[in-house]
Design a protein around this ligand. Structure first.
Ligand code: BF8
Ligand code: SF4
Length: 625
């Protein structure tokens, strides 16, 4: 298979060519040789007990049941529920690490970080009815910590963050009995209910699926975003360079890949240290070049304009350049074979988180009480590799500039201007039809789907149809590399959207950050409802979402919290359920009748756009606009 058929990312194509010459296997190669299991692909197998594993017939799903009698709907719903539980656990455990850090800062035991954004702290506190008047930042922070901890630990009743949910949407959740309690409880219950012999009614399982996912979107992920903003600053627009051309042959190149912003924030401090800079110069380098990848890369790209080398499907490819002196990782989406590829190119591969060690990697643990000890050591190791570089280096030249860092707070400010900051202008432009609607295009890349292709084609089609696009995760990087995160990209937008973008001076594609920052999209939706004129619930808004090349369980959790919040959400290339089942009908049709959004599926990006636009037009019609 030709590299051009594997990815539309030019740099990654070049690196695939080189890897083949070097005899290095990449995950693209294995995706070719290992085809998906046809039964597993439709989620029609169960291994929840040792009477099985039981495999049902995907062509004739009701022809058989498991040994215990579990039907296809039970099996598929349980598997789906466990994906949501795993995805929710990932986001909420990431949020928990942020909460631990926040507690350390508030209690004064963590000295290297501080509250950088006291305005956001006050806003978050006020949104949770915590008094702020005549109180110090620290007093407010202590109360806020306690409130946010409930997002995890609350055993009964509604978590405080649901105060942000529009009243009618919350009413729907209450009627269905799915307002989330603490994430720990929801994940535990999801795992219990999907164990052998417990919940065997797909509609009842779906309720817990939604409740668990909501504990992620309006809970763990939102906490993670809010605390990151409070500790490291709320993003505002910044110009950044992306793609593999950000590597510099004459610098010590260090890639940071993963999800928790702490590692990269500490790396920035270490890379700025005069003594380490001098050490790099003494080794013959012009300096230290810090580069992000995947979600933590997006975090610091949004906050500090740190360059970004690419998304999930490029993390091995970038190593093939031979120019990466060290790659350091923390948690999530880190392919185990990075260790092998690093070994081939003599790149130092360093894990830093006690929860994620990798065989063959060096482990330098990060302790939030003394983060620089870890990051200084990483830099020293990278400098030493630079000094002893002996492999041919071939850096793809491509890089693109774009504007990123659009928090929901900033969108409010930029659209309204300093005199009338708010979402009125956005709603007005939607009502008057200049903007037809809004879409979130998010999520992973996947070697089973041509890298970046669907993201870029889908977004182009949406903006051409006057739909404003907001983005997070690896999708945002696909569009950034394609040059669509610049104000100039307005030329590709329909006339109405182009006019708005040109007036405000923004791109038609707004990058919001990492995957946990999908919570920012929830906040935008809540603001749009609150502002008025577009219905009373999130389900009334002319909006849609899509993850065209998804791969992670986290994506399923995100999709489900958008659906449960009221958003029509389309996934691409594959979907983990058996077709022609009652559970499929439930997710893809019936949920919408209960006041939720619903799922959609398409394999072709233009078809994805068609589904999303049709939904947006239907919502516009219902609103009478
Ligand atoms: O959380 S988009 S491949 S990097 S899962 Fe992973 Fe998917 Fe990328 Fe970040 Ni999100
Ligand atoms: Fe088979 Fe039922 Fe056991 Fe699943 S729980 S493996 S369907 S017997």
């Amino acid at each position: 298979i030709r590299p051009e058929d594997i990815t539309t990312c030019d740099s990654t194509q070049q690196m695939i060519h080189k890897a083949r010459k070097d005899g290095v296997e990449l995950f693209f190669d294995r995706a070719e040789s290992m085809r998906p299991c046809p039964i597993g692909n439709e989620s029609a197998c169960c291994k929840h007990c040792s009477m099985g594993p039981c495999r049902l017939n995907t062509k004739d799903p009701y022809s058989r049941v498991g040994i215990c009698g579990a039907t296809i709907d039970t099996i598929v719903a349980r598997n789906f529920g466990r994906m949501v539980a795993a995805g929710t656990a990932a986001h909420t455990d990431h949020g928990m690490a942020m909460l631990d850090l926040f507690r350390g800062v508030v209690e004064g035991t963590v000295k290297d970080f501080e509250i950088k954004d006291p305005i956001k702290l006050r806003e978050v506190a006020e949104s949770l009815d915590i008094p702020t008047e005549d109180r110090t930042t620290l007093e407010i922070a202590k109360d806020l910590y306690k409130a946010l901890e409930l997002t995890y630990t609350q055993v009964d009743g509604e978590i405080p963050l649901v105060k942000r949910v529009p009243a009618k949407t919350l009413e729907t959740w209450r009627q269905e009995g799915i307002v989330p309690r603490g994430a720990m409880r929801e994940i535990m219950e999801m795992m219990h209910r999907t164990a052998m012999g417990v919940d065997q009614d797909y509609e009842n399982i779906t309720k817990q699926i939604s409740r668990t996912a909501l504990a992620d979107g309006w809970g763990g992920s939102m906490v993670s975003t809010d605390i990151s903003d409070i500790l490291f600053g709320t993003p505002s627009p910044v110009e950044v360079e992306v793609d593999m051309g950000v590597l510099k042959e004459d610098h010590v190149n260090i890639i940071v890949h993963g999800h928790e912003p702490i590692l990269l924030e500490a790396m920035i401090v270490s890379a700025g240290s005069p003594s380490l800079k001098q050490m790099a110069v003494d080794a013959g380098a012009k300096g230290i070049n810090l580069v992000g990848m995947c979600c933590s890369g997006l975090d610091v790209l949004s906050r500090h304009g740190i360059p970004h080398a690419g998304n999930f499907s490029s993390t091995e490819a970038v190593l093939v350049s031979g120019a990466v002196d060290a790659m350091t990782v923390d948690i999530q989406c880190i392919k185990q074979d990075l260790a092998k590829v690093c070994e081939c190119y003599e790149t130092v591969f360093i894990t830093t988180n006690y929860r994620a060690k990798i065989e063959g990697a060096m482990h330098v643990e990060m302790d939030e009480h003394n983060p620089l000890e870890c990051t200084d050591e990483i830099i020293i190791k990278a400098i030493s590799r630079y000094k002893h570089r002996n492999k041919a280096i071939q850096i793809p030249r491509r890089k693109a500039k774009g504007i990123h860092g659009f928090s929901h707070e900033y969108i409010k400010y930029m659209l309204g201007g300093s005199f009338r900051s708010g979402y009125e202008p956005l709603n007005e432009n939607i009502i008057n039809g200049r903007i037809r609607g809004a879409a979130g295009v998010v999520g992973c890349t996947n070697p089973r789907s041509k890298q970046d292709f669907s993201h870029v084609e889908l977004v182009k089609e949406l903006i051409k149809n006057d739909i404003l696009v907001v983005q997070t995760g690896c999708s945002q990087m696909a569009l950034a590399k394609a040059g669509l995160t610049t104000p100039g990209a307005a030329a590709l937008a329909g006339p109405g959207l182009a006019e708005v973008c040109e007036t405000v001076g923004i791109p038609p594609v707004l990058g919001l950050g990492a995957c946990v920052d999908n919570s920012r999209i929830l906040m935008i939706l809540a603001e749009m409802v609150k502002t008025g004129g577009l219905g009373e619930a999130i389900a009334d808004l002319p909006v849609a979402g899509c993850a065209p090349e998804w791969m992670s369980e986290k994506a399923i959790a995100i999709g489900q919290y958008f659906v449960a919040s009221g958003v029509f959400t389309v996934f691409g290339h594959t979907f983990p359920i058996t077709k022609g089942t009652k559970f499929e009908k439930h997710l893809f049709e019936e949920l919408a009748g209960k006041g939720f959004g619903k799922w959609g599926f398409a394999s072709d990006p233009i078809e994805m756009a068609r589904l999303m636009i049709a939904h947006i037009d239907r919502k516009r019609k219902d609103l009478g606009i």
